[in-house]
Every structure is written in C-alpha cells, then in structure tokens.
Design a protein around this ligand. Structure first.
Ligand code: OAD
Length: 306
C-alpha cells in the first residue's frame, strides 16, 4: 500500500467542516498549550531545571529525599504560572466549550491558565491536579488548601519568586550557583498535623509519577467517553502523550469512532495517525483560533488588539 495513504489530513478547511458537524468533542491538552505563554514543557528543550530532568523531580521519592529542592522547583513553576497570561489557544478552547454542546477538555496542565481564560469548569478536568493547591504529604492526613496564590508561598521559598531584569537569568536557574540552603523547618508545614503534634510537610496538590489520579474524576471521564453517542473528534494538543492514563484516551476515543486531530510542532507527534485523522504542525496558540474560527468567530483576548 502506498505510504501516502496513511498520511493524516492537514487541511484546515476540511477540519473546520468536520468540527461544525460534530456534537461530541474530546480534547487532551499538555504543556505545549502553555508554551506560547512562556511556560516550559517537561520533555525536550526546556525540560531541564538546574541540570535536573523536570520529570525526576515530580515524584514522592524525590520529595522525601530533598523536599527543599522539589519545593524550589514547584515554587518556581507556581511563580512562572502566576506571571504568565493565558494565550490565544487557551481562549479558543474556552470559547469552544461555550459553543459546543458536549465538549470535554482533559488537561494535564496544572498551571490554571485554562481557568483564567474562562474555560467552564463543567467542561474541564485537571487530570494532574492544580499547582496552587497545597496539601499534606502524609497520606493519612486529608488537609488541603485549595488555590493558595501566595508568591512566595513562604519566606524560605522567596528565591523562586525573585524579580530580575529581563536580560538576566534568575540566580536560582543558574546551575553553576549553589542551590539556596533551606532548612526543613522553614518549609511549609501542615497545620492539622502540627495541632496533632506531628511535623508533616505540605506539598503541591498535584499528581506525581507513581501516584494515582483522582478516582471519582476518572470515573466521570470514563462515563463521558463511554456514552453511546460516540465521539466525533478528539483534539490532542501540545502533549508528548507519554504519561498514562492521559495518553490512553486517544485509543479510547478512537474506539468510540473519533477522528484524531493532533496539534503539535513536533512531527513525531503524528505517529500512529491514519488518513482519517488530522495533523497540524503548529503552535497551539496560533492554530487553535483558526481551527475553531467557524464556530467561535474571533474571540476577544484581553490586552490584545483585535
Ligand atoms: P511534554 O513536555 O511531555 O510534551 C509537550 C509537548 O508539547 C511536546 O510534544 C512538544 O512537541 C509540544 N509543544 C511544544 N511547544 C508547543 C506549542 N507551542 N504548541 C503545541 N505543542 C507544543 O508535556 P506533557 O505531554 O504535557 O505530569 O507531559 C505530560 C505530563 O508529564 C505532565 O502533566 C507532567 C509531566 O511529567 C506530572 O507532573 C504528573
């Protein structure tokens, strides 16, 4: 069979026509959606933080071993997310959620930018949690403080929130400089455990490698996917699709009849697509508004001229 037969479609107008006639749309978003907002992705360029692989810091074991280092990493990501603004891709998805009757957006991003773009919470599931939630590291304790936007979170983590001239590197990011020394007692502690005479640390309220996703949320998403009506389109936006269960939704949607549309500037992301599918080799912030234009028009983006 000729190779070209398997190539996914790259025609924007054809995608727009399909979307217009679609009732049930699923989206899976990853770090690439927030790349144009200046937030680094996890893998590939930008995946290193002070010579550490970002993914190697995202584990309970890393936190147990060096809670100050892991907190500095997440304090910096919190700071970056607070400084960042949602981009045109976030606004386009939020607008699509308003226009599409049955739309479900699964995001692996913990940065809160989709919410800040006005994405309806009913149509958005944060698979990996929210970086602004702070919870107790002790599994026996259910303390959680939702959406703590303090920056820095505590005085000891101030090096991750430093303001610095645009032409300079934040000292914390320079691996030739020593990591700020932070004593365990100066890291954020759980108030509930403290009252019980324990000294448990607080940690970011996100899902780390080796941890389970919220089971109620997964049940809800599975029920949405399983609906008899099937799924018309699944958008796979800015994700390396390397982390499960998130990455597994593409196959699940395909089984429900979905045509897959991958939006990713890295051509290797089109692996496994067929001629029924779509591939857009582009920055999500640039192409999503175009792909949805026939439905959402030209949404207004705060701070941007029309
Ligand atoms: P990755 O860093 O693995 O992948 C980001 C993807 O975005 C890559 O495929 C890039 O090619 C693509 N990309 C980069 N810039 C883009 C742009 N402007 N527009 C569109 N795409 C772009 O990030 P995720 O797939 O989100 O989990 O990673 C999944 C999970 O692994 C994260 O949620 C995190 C991480 O470890 C946890 O922390 C549990």
């Amino acid at each position: 069979m000729p190779r070209a037969y398997h190539r996914p479609c790259t025609d924007i107008a054809e995608f727009q026509r399909l979307l217009k006639h679609s009732d049930r749309v699923l989206a899976l978003c990853g770090a690439g959606l927030s790349a144009a907002s200046g937030l680094p992705t996890f893998r590939g360029a930008g995946g290193l933080w002070r010579n550490h692989q970002a993914t190697s810091l995202a584990t309970p074991e890393a936190f147990k071993k060096d809670p100050a280092l892991v907190w500095l990493f997440y304090a910096w990501r919190r700071h970056m997310a607070l400084q960042a603004k949602p981009n045109a891709g976030h606004y386009a998805l939020a607008e699509l959620a308003k226009h599409n009757k049955d739309f479900m957006c699964l995001t692996q991003n913990v940065d809160g930018l989709s919410q800040r773009a006005g994405h309806s919470p009913d149509m958005l599931r944060m698979l990996h949690g929210n970086i602004f939630d702070v919870k107790c590291f002790d599994k026996e304790c259910d303390y959680i403080e939702p959406n703590n936007l303090s920056d820095p979170l505590c005085p000891a983590l101030a090096p991750a929130s430093e303001r610095y001239p645009a032409d300079q590197t934040m000292p914390l990011l320079d691996p030739t400089k020593p990591t700020p020394k932070i004593k365990r007692e100066d890291l954020p502690h759980c108030p509930t455990c403290k009252a019980a005479g324990k000294t448990s640390l607080l940690r970011p309220g996100i899902v780390w490698f080796g941890e389970a996703l919220d089971s109620d949320m997964l049940k809800e998403v599975d029920a949405w996917v399983a609906k008899p009506r099937g799924i018309d389109i699944m958008l796979v936006i800015g994700t390396a699709a390397a982390v499960y269960p998130a990455a597994g939704y593409t196959d699940a949607a395909r089984k429900k009849g979905a045509r897959i549309a991958v939006i990713n500037p890295d051509r290797s992301a089109q692996k496994g697509l067929t001629s029924r599918d779509f591939y857009f080799e582009a920055d999500a912030a640039e192409i999503l508004p175009k792909l949805f234009e026939g439905i959402i028009g030209k949404p207004e983006i705060p701070g941007q001229a029309a």
